[in-house]
Design a protein around this ligand. Structure first.
Ligand code: F6P
Length: 515
């Protein structure tokens, strides 16, 4: 990409935001609402499938205006457009970043993107035909996805989230950990003739997935299973490696799909089997609608832009180091884990895209659990602890069950938490005192459907893009996971041989204990 951007901490807007943050020290949400009758409205907006209330955040109109200046001065729109043109913005791996192309309607692009888009749809059609075939195959009752990181978290999160749309009679299992307890536990309840294994790995070299895949194949054969072609499929960019393992049924994707952005590709096959071809197309369409919004809405009314800039404001100027995700819908219980990888693997970087060390913070720590469970566990710290943790509540207006009272109670709780964090409670300054003025964002879906889930996830992808672009980092590589892989290989050999030569004293002592 042609360098048109300025390092964020060298921009005039950055200096102004620092001054603004100082002047902002006395900011109080209660006073801000009292002073501005329009605040709730001005800091709320709709985007495809998602309504967002940002008004309980530590921002005002001046903050948003300065953040918009920061976006302009760091060339955010140009960086976004470069991604949507297919430029190689993942510079350390010299790759384009085109997960968005996976949800682009067929035939809708010309020029250099027409051919990749045609390939996307060819593969999508084949994968969805296969998904329908599996759905119609009554002999297959259990689908086991073997994959890790982006080859696990997305499909696992989505199959759970869309459980109301899942075909009855099929069970879905997700095995990611190299810890054999996980695979052994799943296999215990299975029969080879009724099981389909999906080996999901972009690279087809990941040690956890390869170890689990080998064990699954051995188990299948030991159970008398013979038809590997019917009971195993590989989802990968490395079709040759899958063939070497004896798996001929493969669905491919491309190096321009990052692992944590891959649930829209063949990696989404478990989702397609679970909710069907039409449901999967709705998921893609929901995400595409958010892509369009991100590409075309004015930056001041662009939800991923506003959220991503808020993330920068909190991280670099108010120095809030984490964000807690609270989905008030039990089907979204794996969403915090999914978002953790999305944000922290993308933006957990200490150098800019040229490899120069940064002088400012990047990815916050993301964590969370579904509400109301978190309320009875760690919300104490959120209300009365010494650190300010911006919350992100996610609620769904319409339930799909008809149990009396539950949903109203659930919604009452999510609203009450956001309110309590903001309002606090005076109580003579002791144990029962709540300072209030604690920030939260409230995202609301009308219903949890494939389309709304697609939009919600694309929103999160793009907000991560926005903060990463402003920070000037490469959000699309993940070199930080490599060192541990290399060392594990060395220690594995030492565990087998007992050779502790050259090890640090702590690791050597642990090695002796573990042998
Ligand atoms: O741990 C790093 C990582 O490469 C993630 O980025 C990725 O999602 C995961 O491992 C799995 O990789 P693969 O799909 O190639 O097995």
């Amino acid at each position: 990409m042609k360098e048109t951007t300025m390092r964020c901490d060298r921009t005039p807007a950055w200096q102004k935001l620092q001054q603004h943050a100082q002047a902002f020290q006395g900011f109080d949400l209660r006073t801000a609402f009292a002073a501005d009758a329009q605040r709730a409205q001005a800091l709320s907006q709709s985007a495809p499938q998602v309504f967002a209330d940002l008004s309980k955040n530590h921002v005002d109109a001046a903050t948003e205006a300065l953040l918009q200046d920061l976006a302009d001065q760091t060339g955010l729109a140009a960086q976004r457009d470069a991604m949507f043109r297919g430029e190689h913005i993942n510079v350390s791996e010299d790759r384009a970043v085109m997960h968005w192309l996976l949800r682009q309607p067929a035939g809708s692009l010309a020029g250099n993107l027409a051919a990749p888009l045609a390939q996307v749809h060819e593969t999508l059609d084949a994968m969805l035909r296969y998904a329908e075939q599996v759905r119609g195959d009554a002999q297959i009752t259990d689908v086991v996805n073997i994959g890790i990181g982006g080859s696990d978290l997305g499909p696992q999160m989505a199959v759970l989230a869309l459980q109301d749309f899942v075909l009855p009679g099929k069970r879905f299992h997700f095995v990611s950990n190299v810890d054999g307890h996980e695979l052994a536990g799943v296999l215990k309840g299975l029969q080879a003739e009724h099981t389909l294994f999906l080996i999901a790995s972009k690279t087809f070299t990941t040690i956890e997935t390869m170890t689990n895949a080998h064990s699954a194949l051995q188990w299948f054969q030991a159970q008398g299973g013979q038809d590997v072609a019917r009971h195993f499929a590989a989802l990968t960019t490395n079709v040759a490696a899958a063939a070497e393992l004896g798996i001929g049924t493969t669905f491919g994707f491309w190096d321009w799909v990052g692992g944590r952005y891959s649930m829209w590709s063949a990696i989404g096959l478990p989702v397609a089997i679970a909710i069907g071809a039409a449901g999967f197309r709705e998921l893609l369409a929901g995400a595409h609608a958010m892509d369009r919004h991100f590409q075309s809405a004015a930056l001041a009314q662009n939800l991923p832009v506003r959220l991503g800039l808020l993330d920068v404001w909190y991280r670099n100027f108010l120095h809030y180091t984490s964000r807690s995700i609270a989905p008030y819908h039990s089907a979204l219980r794996r969403l915090p884990a999914y978002l953790q990888q999305l944000e922290m693997e993308s933006n957990g970087k200490r150098v800019d895209r040229h490899g120069q060390a940064l002088g400012y913070g990047t990815s916050p720590v993301l964590w969370g659990e579904p509400g109301t469970n978190g309320q009875h566990a760690y919300f104490q710290m959120l209300h009365q602890g010494t650190d300010i943790v911006p919350m992100e509540f996610i609620a769904v207006k319409k339930p799909t069950h008809s149990l009396k009272d539950h949903h109203e109670l659930l919604l009452a709780n999510v609203m009450a938490q956001a309110q309590a964090l903001m309002l606090g409670k005076e109580d003579a300054g002791g144990h029962r005192h709540f300072t209030g003025n604690r920030p939260s964002t409230f995202l609301l879906l009308d219903e949890l459907t494939p389309a709304s889930l697609g939009a919600l996830i694309a929103l999160q992808e793009h907000r991560v893009f926005v903060s990463g672009a402003v920070w000037g980092i490469n959000s699309f590589d993940q070199w930080g996971v490599e060192l541990g892989k290399v060392l594990a290989k060395d220690i594995h050999a030492r565990l087998l041989s007992g050779d502790a030569t050259g090890l640090d004293a702590s690791t050597a002592a642990l090695l002796q204990r573990l042998r």
